[in-house]
Design a binder for this molecule. Structure first.
Ligand code: ADP
Ligand code: MG
Length: 618
């Protein structure tokens, strides 16, 4: 890591830094706020940088005179145009030469200087985590940035003591993060929809990957090599998630604009928190002036409709600019695309299922780091993606691993399997996507989870069809549908991110070492599931059979059931504590002992049937 180059997404609302090594790209500083650094800077009265990010944002309303946010909107632009559009904190004034600058106390702070403080904070974060002085970065800018805006971004980096080795477009970075543009792949048209806090950008790109064997291996083409061409952009520079927060706040307190700035800020932030919660729940609540307000997701969607209409109008302009070329892939970027209704609306507009495998907050920074690694020439060890390096599947009852796609399957590939429930009345099914070669989930790598909510049914009745689709870039899409009700759930992930080639080999080796034990454990887990079903049935059947059975048969069944029950309990505590053969034997013994119960139950059913038939004749 001597001469590491990082990737930086310098955002209007939030900024991030990422690095790409042999495990693929990853965000630095994920521990705090998912690595997001609010693009907010507070200066001292004397004009020095006092703090950046979360701390500056947290006290923005009480320290507004010394705080600046949203500088990306002003950077590299003439004062006139910047002032017309500026939002965020800080008072923008003309520097006397037609350029915008922030009045902070008696000092003047240029947008470049504000951006440089953010870049410095990100570089420091990276230096600390990577234990090396990070001095070079690939920095992203919106596709519509002109030369002056790009140059100003470079200047900001220089002020921060960081060399901007390359400035790349945000949508191109998003495509790189998704591994698009790999040598030998077919050309495609992609749409990148970016809805952040205060801006909405749509770009249509034409990707023409280099031919195979051109020396670039499986690496995505370099962003500036002409493999990624922006053919149209459109957007709305005053449309974003923040507008929805304000619309929510206004629906709660119509007098919003008359509130004291601190109160207004608090209400808007509470609305933002509720909005974020509503991306994963059907309702959320917030307290305002001693009253609790319940907000349903349908209500949020109604409030969002005018904003969505504007976003879709921008999509239409961009697509028209690209002569309505069919879109092969739609990438989702920006925190606001976490809202399911945003994904649906935009996906529906372009007629494709949006790609959501990567966190939309992180995708631009991740892609910048991929470009950085290509420039640094150290992507040689990245996993080859013509095959699935490790098996993929889902967790089943008892922590067993059901593999759907086997290791070394060539991609693209697809696999489907049916699953059901093991408990009566089960309402949620946990779909846990797992990767690895071992038999138990605890020995494998967990990739992602989601839940499928179904109406209660007896165990074994739901029919859940799980499908894994892996595309040419190695992106896995899992979808699950319960066939009786049509209820669906799904997710997307990139299984190879976070894994180095050496780790894949180690996992494979381990599976050989543990093959015997693993097989036995898997068998015990299956036995636990089957024996539990039998035991549940036996109890009810014994109670029903009652006087139809003689005492000897009953005690026989009870003894066999009790032995098996003991083994189930033991195996549940520790899979290794029971002998699989003995367990299997005990289950068979119960099967044999319970034959008379089955017979008695059949005899009773026949009696009842003839009784009802007689009833009908008369
Ligand atoms: P920018 O590109 O402008 O820096 P981001 O991409 O970081 O902005 O997006 C920030 C916006 O995303 C904010 O308006 C925030 O409220 C919104 N956001 C973040 N998470 C969610 C979520 N789970 N659901 C809906 N909106 C979200
Ligand atoms: Mg952004």
């Amino acid at each position: 890591m001597a001469d590491v180059i990082v990737g930086i997404d310098l955002g209007t609302t939030n900024s991030l830094v990422a690095v790409c090594d042999d495990r693929g790209p990853r965000i630095i500083g994920c521990g705090s706020h998912g690595g997001l650094v609010p693009s907010v800077v507070r200066f001292t009265a004397g004009g020095l940088v006092e703090c950046v990010g979360e701390e500056a944002l947290g006290q923005a309303s009480s320290q507004s005179a010394r705080t600046v946010s949203g500088a990306k909107r002003a950077i590299g632009r003439p004062y006139e145009t910047a002032a017309a559009e500026v939002r965020g904190i800080g008072s923008l004034v003309d520097d006397g030469q037609g350029r915008p600058t922030y009045a902070v106390g008696a000092t003047r702070q240029s947008p470049e200087r504000v951006a440089s403080a953010i870049l410095r904070a990100l570089a420091d974060r990276a230096s600390a985590e990577l234990s090396t002085a990070v001095q070079r970065a690939v920095i992203t800018v919106p596709a519509y940035f002109d030369d002056a805006q790009r140059q100003a971004t470079r200047d900001a980096a220089r002020l921060a003591g960081v060399e901007a080795v390359r400035i790349i477009n945000e949508p191109t970075a998003a495509a790189l993060a998704y591994g698009i543009g790999r040598a030998g792949a077919a050309p495609e048209t992609i749409a990148v929809f970016d809805l952040g806090g205060g801006t909405c950008d749509i770009s249509i790109l034409e990707v023409t990957p280099p031919v195979s064997g051109s020396g670039s291996g499986d690496l995505p083409g370099s962003a500036d090599s002409g493999f990624f061409r922006v053919i149209a952009t459109a957007g709305d520079t005053s449309l974003g998630g923040d507008d929805l927060d304000v619309a929510m706040a206004r629906s709660i307190d119509p007098g919003l604009d008359g509130l004291a700035p601190g109160d207004r800020h608090d209400l808007v932030r509470a609305c933002e928190a509720a909005k974020v919660a509503l991306s994963g729940a059907s309702s959320a609540s917030l307290a305002w002036r001693g009253r609790k307000h319940e907000i349903a997701v349908e209500h949020l969607r109604e409030l969002a409709q005018p904003l969505l209409d504007r976003a879709l109008a921008a999509c239409a302009r961009a697509w028209d600019g690209a002569d309505r070329l069919p879109i092969d892939r739609l990438l989702m970027v920006g925190g606001s695309t976490r809202a399911p209704f945003v994904r649906e609306a935009v996906g529906h507009f372009f007629g494709v299922e949006p790609c959501t495998a990567l966190d939309p907050d992180c995708v631009v920074a991740l892609g910048a780091s991929v470009q950085a690694a290509v420039l640094a020439g150290d992507r040689r060890d990245l996993l080859l993606l013509d095959v699935v390096p490790l098996s993929l599947g889902i967790e089943t009852v008892g922590g067993a691993f059901a593999k759907l796609v086997m290791r070394n399957a060539s991609i693209p590939t697809r696999a489907t399997e049916m699953f059901s429930t093991s408990v009566d009345g089960q309402r949620t099914l946990l779909l846990h996507v797992v990767q690895g070669e071992r038999e138990l989930v605890r020995d494998c790598r967990s990739l992602a989870r989601c839940t499928l909510s179904i109406p209660p049914m007896p165990a074994g009745i739901p029919q859940v069809e799980v499908t894994f689709t892996i595309d040419a870039n190695g992106i896995l899409a899992m979808s699950a549908v319960e066939r009786r009700t049509g209820i669906r759930a799904g997710l997307q992930v990139v299984p190879t991110y976070g894994l180095s080639r050496a780790e894949v080999e180690a996992m494979e080796q381990e599976s050989f070492t543990h093959a015997r034990d693993d097989m036995r454990r898997h068998r015990v887990i299956d036995l636990v599931a089957n024996a539990s079903l039998d035991l549940g049935w036996i109890d009810a059947a014994l109670a029903r059979a009652g006087s139809d059975l003689d005492q000897a048969t009953k005690s026989n069944v009870e003894a066999a059931a009790s032995t098996l029950r003991g083994m189930v309990a033991q195996a549940r505590r520790d899979v290794d504590a029971v002998d699989a053969e003995a367990f299997h034997g005990a289950k068979e013994a119960l099967d044999r002992a319970s034959v008379p119960i089955h017979e008695a139950s059949i005899a009773r059913t026949l009696r009842e049937m003839s009784a009802t038939n007689q009833g009908k004749i008369q």
